[in-house]
Design a protein around this ligand. Structure first.
Ligand code: ATP
Ligand code: MG
Length: 150
């Protein structure tokens, strides 16, 4: 289905509303964004997994930013947190099944969330990557790149 990314973000945040625990959500989506060909339920699940990591691995009261822009034939969606961050050596491995970073082993999880995100995003012809924040803050950026054409 062709969907507005703002609707998909909205559904994911609604599902997570009881676990936000004082995280401040800042949403900056370009108002001119075109619709995206996607499976709504699956991409909602991707956002739920990425956002629940942003919540789980960041301190209460910190900010989570969601930004989206069009870049050529792609929509780029970034989820940024102010949490522990992911060391460069782990930034590809976190997308492997059952891989959990050393910094976060004390927080329960299975290590499956991002592996599932990667298969869903790749099934859409897109990609998902982790990087550091470009604004100098501590934290993680997860970027989804989704095709805007079929
Ligand atoms: P679950 O299957 O319950 O989601 P998980 O959160 O450990 O468990 P993934 O979501 O796949 O599994 O994440 C893999 C690892 O990547 C995490 O264990 C953590 O070390 C790291 N990670 C993911 N997102 C973040 C983040 N926003 N900040 C810091 N580390 C992160
Ligand atoms: Mg997770």
């Amino acid at each position: 289905m062709w969907c507005g990314i703002e609707d998909v973000v909205g559904v994911a945040l609604t599902q997570l509303k009881d676990s936000l625990q004082n995280r401040v959500i800042h949403i900056a989506l370009d108002p001119e964004l075109p619709s995206v060909p996607l499976d709504e339920v699956l991409i909602e699940q991707v956002l739920i997994n990425v956002l629940s990591n942003a919540i789980k691995y960041s301190p209460e009261g910190s900010e989570i930013r969601i930004e989206a822009e069009k870049a050529g034939d792609r929509l780029l969606l970034s989820i940024m947190d102010e949490g522990a961050g992911i060391p460069p050596a782990d930034r590809e491995r976190i997308f492997e099944k059952f891989y959990r970073g050393n910094r976060t082993k004390h927080i329960p999880g299975t290590g499956l969330g991002l592996a599932i995100c990667k298969s869903i995003v790749e099934a859409h012809g897109g990609s998902i990557t982790a990087s550091e924040r470009k604004d100098g803050r501590q934290g993680t950026v997860i970027e989804l790149s989704l095709l805007l054409t079929q």
